[in-house]
Design a protein around this ligand. Structure first.
Ligand code: FE
Ligand code: FE
Ligand code: ZN
Length: 277
C-alpha cells in the first residue's frame, strides 16, 4: 500500500484537511501544529477531530504527520527558547490525542555552537521530560541537512539521541529525502547502501515516515532547499525507486515541495503514483 500526501494548512481544521487530501487522491497528510515560526496553538475542536477520524477511516488513510514549529529548539543556548520547546511539544502531544495513534515530527535542534554532544544531551533530556507511557503518538526525529549547527545530519546523531531516550517505543525517525541527500547520503546512486547504513546505525524499524522532496542542490551541499519532484538533483527515477523499495512499504510519504496550489500537489501525487505502477 502506498500512502502518499502533502503538507496542508491546518487553519480550517482536521476534517477540512481530510477533504483536501481526498480531493487530490492523497491518503495521508501533514500539517503544522501551530504557526511554523512559533506562537500559540489554536484550540482543538473535538467534534472536528472526530469527523476527521471517521473520514480518514472510511477512506483508508495511513498515519498522518503533525510537524512541530521550526522555532522549537531544545538545545538553544537561550533559556526562553528551550522553555518554548518544552511547552510547545508537551502541549502539541496533548492535542494530538484527539487524533490518536499518529506521528509528531520535529527538527531535533541546533546546538548553536555548544557542540553536537551537548545538543544531543539536551534533545534527549527534553524527550525524557515530555514523553509519557500513555501517549499514543510516536515522536519522530527528522533527518536534517546538517546546515549550520543542526543536530541530526548524521544517522549516528539520531541514534545517539534515541539511545538516551527511556521510552524508546515512543520515538522514531522521519527521513526527508532532500535533507539526507544534502547531508551527503547518496540516495540517487546508492539507495540500498544508504538504507543499509541507516539500518545498521539507527535500525529500519525506527523509520516511520518519509518526506518526499527533490533538492535544489547537489548531494552533500548541506543546504536544505526543496525542489519540485523531477526539478532537482534527486530526479524522478530516484523517487520511483524510493517509493517502490520493499523496505519502505506502508510508510506515510509526504510531499513538502514548493507547490503554490493544492492542484499542484495533486499533479505531483498523480505523477508519483503513475511511476509506481
Ligand atoms: Fe521538517
Ligand atoms: Fe522535511
Ligand atoms: Zn527542509
Amino acid at each position: 500500500m502506498l500512502y502518499i500526501g502533502c503538507h496542508l494548512t491546518s487553519s480550517k481544521g482536521y476534517e477540512n484537511m481530510a477533504k483536501e487530501a481526498i480531493s487530490i487522491k492523497a491518503n495521508t497528510l501533514q500539517f503544522f501544529t501551530r504557526n511554523p515560526r512559533g506562537g500559540k496553538a489554536k484550540a482543538i475542536d473535538p467534534e472536528d477531530a472526530a469527523r476527521y477520524r471517521e473520514t480518514a477511516e472510511a477512506n483508508h488513510f495511513g498515519k498522518i504527520v503533525a510537524h512541530a514549529p521550526y522555532t522549537l529548539n531544545p538545545c538553544s543556548a537561550e533559556k526562553k527558547t528551550r522553555e518554548f520547546a518544552y511547552m510547545a511539544m508537551k502541549d502539541d502531544l496533548e492535542r494530538m490525542e484527539y487524533v490518536p495513534g499518529n506521528y509528531y515530527n520535529f527538527h531535533p535542534g541546533s546546538h548553536v555552537g555548544q557542540g553536537i554532544e551537548t545538543g544531543i544531551e539536551m534533545i534527549a533530556a527534553m524527550l525524557n521530560e515530555i514523553l509519557t507511557p500513555e501517549q499514543t503518538t510516536i515522536v519522530l526525529l527528522e533527518t536534517m541537512a546538517g546546515k549550520g549547527s543542526e543536530v541530526g545530519g548524521r544517522f549516528e546523531e539520531l541514534a545517539a539521541i534515541i539511545d538516551k531516550v527511556s521510552l524508546k517505543d515512543k520515538i522514531g525517525v522521519c527521513l526527508d529525502t532532500c535533507h539526507v541527500h544534502d547531508a551527503g547520503y547518496d540516495i540517487v546512486n546508492d539507495l540500498d547502501g544508504v538504507l543499509e547504513e541507516f539500518d545498521s546505525i539507527v535500525g529500519l524499524e525506527k523509520l516511520k515516515a518519509i518526506h518526499i522532496n527533490d533538492s535544489k542542490n547537489p548531494c552533500g551541499a548541506r543546504k536544505d532547499r526543496h525542489a519540485k519532484i523531477g526539478e532537482g538533483y534527486i530526479g524522478k527515477e530516484a523517487f520511483a525507486r524510493i517509493l517502490k523499495h520493499p523496505k519502505l512499504q506502508g510508510l506515510p510519504c509526504v510531499l513538502e515541495t514548493p507547490q503554490e496550489t493544492l492542484a499542484g500537489y495533486g499533479e505531483e501525487i498523480k505523477m508519483l503514483k503513475e511511476m509506481c505502477e
